[in-house]
Design a protein around this ligand. Structure first.
Ligand code: APR
Length: 279
């Protein structure tokens, strides 16, 4: 249950047509859709007899050493994402956007699974700060092709599926013939505006009166910058997370904001209801 204090704030926020909000989501919002989070125990990937965490697989270093394994992991995740459905948390976020409109609402997501869009969130008001699995791009920086749609004709993959020679050809850059790579931000790479809307995300966050952080452990740079910018500028912050996180613990230590520990698929519809009550 959300507190009466938070409900009252959400009513006041919704009634003020100048007030703006940012929703920042991580893997946790998709957990109830069956997509493993990154730092949960189910997130690992086996190469030979070794278990690797996503943070080790999703790197340019590993791609250069072992492009086959990196593509196998992403093709498997692509299949898992395609076989998953949005959950009530995604739908609640999409409806907040619909009610408030793009002038007052921005979604910033670390997720590449595409579930926000399938729930109705729009590309116009969504910043994909870690890229997305519906696009690939050439692995050669010098080639500089635009983003390419994820190749057609690649079969769904299990953890064990091999990639056929014909499928490998579909994973080649149409301009230069080099291998393409998933359009995602790897752990040994950096944010930028071109691919990951870095400055836009910080700008929208600075403009916002309310930041709602959902389903993220706080392990990455840009979400950290956004959170601490909001905290240091006395913005209203709501953290929705299954477990306590650096973000929830910092709010509690500062006795500010609202921490809602539980499933985002249950909590976000309550936040939506409090906003809808007013508008
Ligand atoms: N509802 C709300 N929160 C949940 C739920 C749920 N049903 N299930 C899990 N969580 C929380 C977990 O408690 C955890 O704090 O979601 C968080 C997921 O954390 P991570 O697995 O670290 O995922 P995320 O924070 O999105 O990772 C950030 O790092 O791994 C890279 O690029 C990758 O985008 C990813 C980024």
């Amino acid at each position: 249950m959300i507190s009466s204090e938070l409900r009252a704030y959400l009513h006041e926020f919704a009634a003020n047509d100048q007030a703006k909000m940012v929703v920042l989501t991580g893997a946790g919002i998709s957990a109830e859709s069956g997509i493993p989070t990154f730092r949960g125990k189910e997130g690992y990937w086996k190469i030979g007899s070794v278990n690797y965490q996503p943070q080790e697989i999703g790197t340019m270093k590993m791609f250069k050493q072992n492009p086959q394994e990196v593509w196998k992991w992403y093709l498997f995740r692509h299949t898992v994402c395609n076989n998953s459905q949005p959950n009530p948390g995604h739908y609640a976020v999409a409806e907040m956007e619909k009610i408030l409109g793009g002038k007052r609402f921005t979604l910033v997501t670390q997720n590449v699974d595409g579930l926000h869009f399938r729930a109705g969130s729009t590309f116009k008001n969504t910043l994909l700060i870690h890229g997305d699995l519906t696009h690939v791009r050439c692995s050669k920086d010098s080639c500089d092709t635009e983003l390419l749609p994820f190749p057609e004709g690649i079969a769904p993959k299990t953890r064990e599926s091999a990639i056929s020679l014909e499928e490998w050809e579909r994973l080649r850059c149409p301009s230069c013939g080099a291998l393409t790579r998933p359009h995602v931000l790897w752990f040994d790479e950096y944010y930028n505006e071109k691919y990951y809307k870095y400055e836009t995300a910080l700008h929208k966050n600075r403009e916002a009166d309310l930041l709602i952080v959902v389903g993220t452990s706080g392990a990455t740079n840009l979400p950290n910058k956004m959170y601490y910018n909001a905290l240091n500028n006395n913005k209203q912050i709501v953290v929705v997370n299954l477990d306590s996180s650096i973000f929830s613990r910092t709010l509690e230590a500062n006795q500010t904001g609202h921490v809602l520990l539980g499933k985002s698929g249950e909590i976000l519809p309550e936040i939506l209801a409090a906003i809808k009550d007013t508008i």
